[in-house]
Design a protein around this ligand. Structure first.
Ligand code: HAM
Length: 422
């Protein structure tokens, strides 16, 4: 039986894996520079965490979670995002000391049962950060600056940064009411999903991908017009801070994002060349989430970004550096005696830090040279019967074609000289 990876998943093969590793290193680096510590939470959590945290009327909870019962009949869900898990860990490990802030980041696979398409997978990798413990707009600006500067560092500088404030439990009920008055008479034209959610969560309509529903909300009242003083001044200060750091954003009053935990700031960064799935990353403030998950009232804000989409942009724009994983040396034994020398030699050289390949199948010299060439080895070393007897090795520089017969005992010195190891 021929099996395939499940729909919406993919295998990362060696050539691409080294590009991912490069990107992962860049991610760890910038988070360290901005003062974030890494957390690794489980891939699965109790379903209830996401139901409560993300919200019962969101697409993710209603339609997209991979949920199953474990052997003890507990409902388990593969994490569809990282924020709820980080908040759970924050509460569980008491990371909120008096006056303390926690700045945490993560990188790992998430799972959503969506219809796969370019840039949208069922298992995908997110990196993200969450700052807990401060409602200062500088924290919002820091999170946005981190995300923007990360993309800029990689060479993506034509970012479309969308910003909005969706208010708080003080001002949102009034907006909700205005929205309902506006949308209720149009209910008959809405998609069944929106009809169902209209009364419970009319804000969700702004997030609907259905074109008719989008048309129905073109002339809705704007939330930024009804913000309370606190939300209004928070938004104003954030905008000033972003201006002061040279970040060009645009206010998008329709941006609500697909999670119920957000309060005040929400943002999304888009890249034009991604097509329909054009969000590189998204995030926002969630001042009520910690309390909702059973912790002490603690404000928070964060963002998460898709690795696959970032890779797509970097590849399309040829912004990935050449990664040189080629072997320094290919050792080719000819005959059993030579094999007996070369096998331990190969292990020893690797322990000295060289990338060394050798034949493990008993191939002919010609076939071994073909392999060395295909692997892009910079040097090859051949030991045949004559070399074996004389204690020599025939070195060939694969770039210049030059050959040199050297003493086997002088190999280390030769490698240092020719490969000029840093
Ligand atoms: P999100 O907008 O759902 O936010 O996801 C963030 C990013 O993950 C997206 O912008 C996209 O790049 C990537 N992404 C999402 N779904 C998929 C998918 N099916 N396939 C490939 N990439 C995908 C969150 O997850 C929030 N937890 C962000 C956050 C953190 N808010 C506050 N803190």
């Amino acid at each position: 039986m021929k099996t395939h990876a499940p729909k919406g998943t993919y295998d990362l093969l060696p050539e691409n894996a080294s590009r991912w590793r490069y990107l992962e290193n860049q991610i760890h680096k910038i988070f360290r520079e901005y003062g974030f510590g890494e957390v690794r939470t489980p891939i699965f959590e109790h379903t209830e965490l996401f139901q409560r945290g993300i919200g019962e009327t969101t697409d993710i909870v209603e339609k997209e979670m991979f949920t199953f019962s474990d052997r003890g009949d507990r409902s388990i869900t593969l994490r569809p995002e990282g924020t709820a898990s980080v908040v759970r860990a924050f509460i569980e490990h008491n990371l909120a000391g008096p006056g303390a802030m926690a700045k945490l980041y993560y990188l790992g696979p998430m799972f959503r049962c969506e219809a796969p398409q370019a840039g949208r997978f069922r298992q995908f990798v997110q990196f993200g950060a969450e700052t807990l413990g401060s409602n200062d707009p500088r924290v919002d600006a820091e999170i946005i600056a981190l995300a923007v500067n990360f993309y800029r560092r990689l060479g993506i500088d034509d970012l479309d940064i969308n910003l909005n404030s969706i208010g708080c439990p003080q001002c949102r009920p009034a907006y909700r009411q205005r929205l309902l008055e506006h949308l209720k008479p149009r209910a008959a034209q809405m998609c069944p999903n929106c009809q169902r959610r209209l009364e419970r969560n009319p804000l969700r309509l702004l997030d609907c991908k259905n074109t008719t529903c989008q048309q129905l909300t073109v002339d809705i009242p704007l939330i930024t017009e009804t913000l309370c003083d606190d939300c209004g001044s928070h938004f104003e200060k954030l905008r000033q801070l972003l201006d002061s750091t040279g970040i060009n954003y645009r206010i998008n009053p329709r941006l609500v994002r697909g999670f119920d935990y957000y309060t005040k700031t929400v943002f999304e960064i888009l890249a034009g060349d991604l097509g329909a799935q054009n969000a590189l990353c998204g995030g926002g403030r969630y001042d009520g989430l910690v309390e909702m998950c059973g912790g002490k009232p603690t404000p928070g804000i964060g963002f998460a970004a898709g690795m696959e989409r970032l890779m797509m942009v970097l590849e399309a724009r040829q912004l990935l550096p050449e990664i040189d994983d080629r072997p320094h040396l290919y050792l080719a034994p000819l005959g059993e005696e030579a094999q007996q020398i070369i096998f331990p030699l190969c292990i020893r050289l690797r322990e000295s830090g060289w990338i060394v390949e050798t034949d493990l199948q008993g191939k002919s010299l010609k076939a071994q040279m073909k392999v060395a060439d295909k692997l892009g080895a910079r040097l090859t070393g051949v030991i045949g019967e004559d070399e074996y007897r004389a204690g020599k090795i025939l070195m060939r520089n694969m770039e210049t074609g030059e050959q040199e017969l050297i003493d086997l005992a002088a190999l280390d010195e030769y490698l240092e000289k020719v490969l000029r190891r840093r």
